[in-house]
Design a protein around this ligand. Structure first.
Ligand SMILES: [Mg+2]
Length: 165
């Protein structure tokens, strides 16, 4: 696979080494494409174990409906995966995407040392996506706070229920 890391920004990866162009559809990963329910227990209690939570992301089952959705979107749109997962699990995430042969063009993850709230991280990345000349036309999210953030930034966003986020 011609996956290329660190194309435009340190926390970005492209599937084929080229940044996509034009209109893009944005997907969250956890709770939208990946069923992270079996990892949620690491976040319970007084001291959430974020390392254990993310380390096991490669074991997540696929959410079949969202995966099908990904593949029926017209080819004129590129797919951006915008996830709050840290870049430390970038390789594991790319391997997981490959295992299920999921369609994607640009993967954006949380950079080292970035502990901003997910909605702030994602709002910042939307600015970066637009600066790269891409036009987000639709998003899919399981966190209602992120849904509101996308809407506030002029991007229609479909809420998908996960029961966690
Ligand atoms: Mg999510």
């Amino acid at each position: 696979m011609a996956t290329s890391r660190r194309v435009a920004r340190s926390n970005w990866a492209t599937r084929d080494g080229r940044l996509p162009e034009g209109e893009v559809v944005v997907f969250d990963i956890d709770g939208v494409l990946a069923d992270a329910s079996a990892r949620q227990h690491f976040l319970k209690g007084v001291r959430p174990d974020w390392d254990a939570f993310f380390e096991r992301c490669n074991e997540d089952p696929l959410i079949e409906e969202a995966a099908r959705l990904l593949h029926v979107i017209d080819d004129r749109y590129s797919i951006v995966l915008l996830t709050g997962r840290p870049v430390s699990v970038m390789d594991a995430t790319i391997a997981w995407l490959g295992r299920y042969q999921l369609r994607w063009n640009l993967l954006i993850m949380r950079d080292y040392g970035d502990y901003a709230a997910a909605r702030d991280f994602k709002a910042r990345e939307i600015v970066g996506i637009r600066e790269a000349g891409l036009v987000p036309v639709l998003a899919f999210e399981d966190d209602s706070r992120n849904v509101e953030m996308f809407q506030a930034n002029g991007i229609p966003c479909v809420y998908m229920h996960s029961g966690y986020y």
